[in-house]
Design a protein around this ligand. Sequence first.
Ligand code: ATP
Ligand code: MG
Length: 403
Amino acid sequence: MTVQSVRGFHDILGKEAKKFRKVSNTARRILKLYNFEEIILPVVEYAELFQRSVGETTDIVQKEMFVFEDRKGRKLALRPEGTAGTVRAFIQHKLYALRPYVKLFYEGPMFRYERPQAGRYRQFHQIGAEVFGVAEPHADAEIIKITYDILNALDIKDVVIEINSLGCKKDREAYREALLNYLRGVREELCSDCINRMERNPLRVLDCKVETCREAVKESPKMIDFLCDECRKHYESLKEYLKALNIPFRENYNLVRGLDYYTRTVFEAVSDSLGLTLIAGGRYDYLVEELGGPPTPALGFALGVERLMLLLPDEKEEEEIYFVIPFGNVHAYALKVADRLRSKGKVVELSYRKGGLKKQLEFANKLGVKYAVIVGEDEASKGEVTIKDMETGEQKSVKFEEL
Ligand code: ATP
Ligand code: MG
């Protein structure tokens, strides 16, 4: 047996773990400002849920899902994304009966069988939010604003928000025909995947990452020209609201997203320097109904935690750590000293290292502590400690009660 993690499955440790928590804490703080409620979803769902929501012709369902049978032969999947599960829960618990609209967020690992590379793993983490029951574009503007706020709070610059509209069902049908006609004309330039899926789902070709496919669709008909009056109005209002909120954006008429359920607004926050999408989302006004719920317009976003981490700088330890060093038979007293400091809200590490003062202080420096709290037999008998400021070297005695 090799004692090794599975390909594409990562340990996140040290500085990386700190970045992970920073992304998570920041996103959660901002979602709280918008009064979203958390839903903690299972990691495993029936595979069919994703086939029906994400879509049969998508990369996710066709080649990226971890699907397995349980002991009774039921086909299960490790969730590849969070929207399907959230919609399932919304329907299952009849959340639509509780309020005129519902705002939920989730956080956790997602699984996709992809070729691992920078910012692309088989287990990765998303934080996402969904709004159910709102059709108006001010909700779209707020969803985009949340992602913008998260990026700003993390001080991530170098990111552009791209938007597009995919229209409603009717618009899509007309567009589908026009696009398919065009694609048949440039068939030779497309990759084999695209040739295979274009008849069933021509929009997918616009989302292909193969360079020749990207070139081939540059001049393709654009969805934006096929929007009905209602959808156009929705799109124009969204742009107006984004401007009012001072959110810079770029219109990308080839933005379709890799999942089938989107309608009207789609958007992505992309890093041009990384060549990766950091955050993605949009509207899915038919999905709740298609999965058996009442007609409910809905929208949301998902951010990739590891992708945002790629753009965070390493951070210096900011915590003021107190490092309690016992010398001699003073462990009971040293434990009490550490306990007292913690009860005052201080971050305290009790040294488990053995050895003399020099070694202890070297280790304290390595840990980046601010104060060494020296507890020898002399100090213990007097009910004191000696505190040494590791930066200035200054040292003083302090009574236990005054700690
Ligand atoms: P990509 O085009 O990069 O494959 P996607 O369209 O498949 O992304 P979504 O399904 O929209 O991505 O997921 C939302 C976000 O989740 C992405 O923008 C990205 O930040 C993150 N993400 C998706 N797949 C992975 C992965 N394999 N590893 C790490 N993060 C991922
Ligand atoms: Mg993908």
